[in-house]
Design a protein around this ligand. Structure first.
Ligand code: LMR
Length: 320
């Protein structure tokens, strides 16, 4: 049986971290692709030496030749420009859209059977454009954003409650932007609903409201602290978990940006919703029963994504 081929399109901070995790988790052989050949080659060489220490036989390669992605089983796209302090994700659209065209076209040409995970911002519009450029079916192109936002929500809740993060289940849906929808009503700790923990006095509603706001602002908080980079450890962990679910047919459920065709009343956009990922890619989209406030927030977030997709269509007439 041949080994899986993992392509990382973009060999910056997230790409390098993805390659490290893919090697450590023994996901298969790794190809790091970037516009100039030497940086990905250097990272691949360094990681090959790390693999010798870790006892991993993964073959790691760096390249600037898109043809080298041929036959990939999984492609994780981080290519493009990250934001700096004071810049919002949406401002990256005009710079990163042509990058999606280049890599999406290459995916359609060289590895049309791959499962594709997009990390590039503004996430939901970029994953939508990537799918259009690649021509891949909707169930095989997904955006990572909700997994990251939900990890932030779970981490902040675990810290505030003083419990293991493994006991905290919580999802953030909608677009990966300021209007994302952290779902508090459905969150559970050890199977107990979060609103019940408020009634028991474990945590106050004010503390939860502050956590919701901190989750929405999570990416900017990291960017402001780092100064010259955005987050990369957590986005990489999120995408690797999704890749593992696909490669291992684990059928895990992730809040991820999926192509909707009527679910949640949305058609023709990628938006963060709970999805089950297995060897068929997105095998199921789970439709939650929102209350009025959740529905209002989700609709506002979808409207923000829709407006970014309209921007993509204006900038690239082929997408209209
Ligand atoms: C994040 O949420 O960390 C990423 O989307 C990067 C960013 O610019 O915030």
């Amino acid at each position: 049986m041949s080994r899986n081929k993992i392509v990382l399109a973009g060999a910056g901070q997230i790409g390098g971290t993805l390659a490290h995790l893919a090697m450590l988790h023994r996901l298969g052989d790794v190809t790091l692709l970037d516009v100039a050949a030497n940086p990905p080659k250097g990272k691949a060489l360094d990681l090959s030496h790390a693999a010798a220490i870790e006892g991993s036989d993964a073959v790691l390669r760096g390249t600037a030749d898109q043809a080298d992605i041929v036959g990939a089983d999984v492609v994780i796209v981080t290519a493009g420009v990250p934001r700096r302090p004071g810049v919002d994700r949406e401002a990256l659209l005009g710079i990163n859209l042509p990058v999606m065209e280049s890599i999406g076209t290459a995916i359609g040409r060289y590895c049309p059977d791959a499962f594709v995970i997009c990390i590039t911002n503004p996430l939901d519009a970029m994953v939508w454009a990537l799918r259009r450029f690649s021509g891949l079916p909707p169930e095989r192109v997904v955006g990572m954003g909700g997994v990251l936002d939900s990890a932030r929500l779970r981490s902040f809740l675990a810290e505030a409650l003083g419990v293991s993060v493994t006991e905290v289940q919580a999802m953030t849906l909608g677009g990966h932007g300021d209007d994302m929808v952290p779902l508090v009503r459905q969150a559970t700790v050890g199977g107990v609903a979060l609103p019940d923990l408020v009634k028991m006095g474990w945590i106050t509603q004010q503390a939860i409201d502050a956590i919701v706001q901190r989750t929405r602002n999570g990416g900017a908080e990291v960017v402001n602290l780092m100064g010259s980079s955005s987050a990369y450890y957590a986005p990489a962990s999120a995408a690797i978990a999704m890749a593992m679910s696909y490669l291992g047919d684990q059928k895990r459920v992730f809040p991820a940006s999926a192509a909707l065709s009527g679910q949640y009343g949305v058609d023709g956009l990628h938006v963060g919703v709970p999805v089950m990922i297995g060897s068929g890619g997105i095998e199921k989209i789970i439709e939650l029963d929102f209350d009025d406030e959740e529905r209002r927030q989700f609709a506002r977030s979808v409207a923000a994504v829709a407006s970014l997709v309209e921007d993509c269509k204006r900038l690239h007439l082929g997408l209209a």
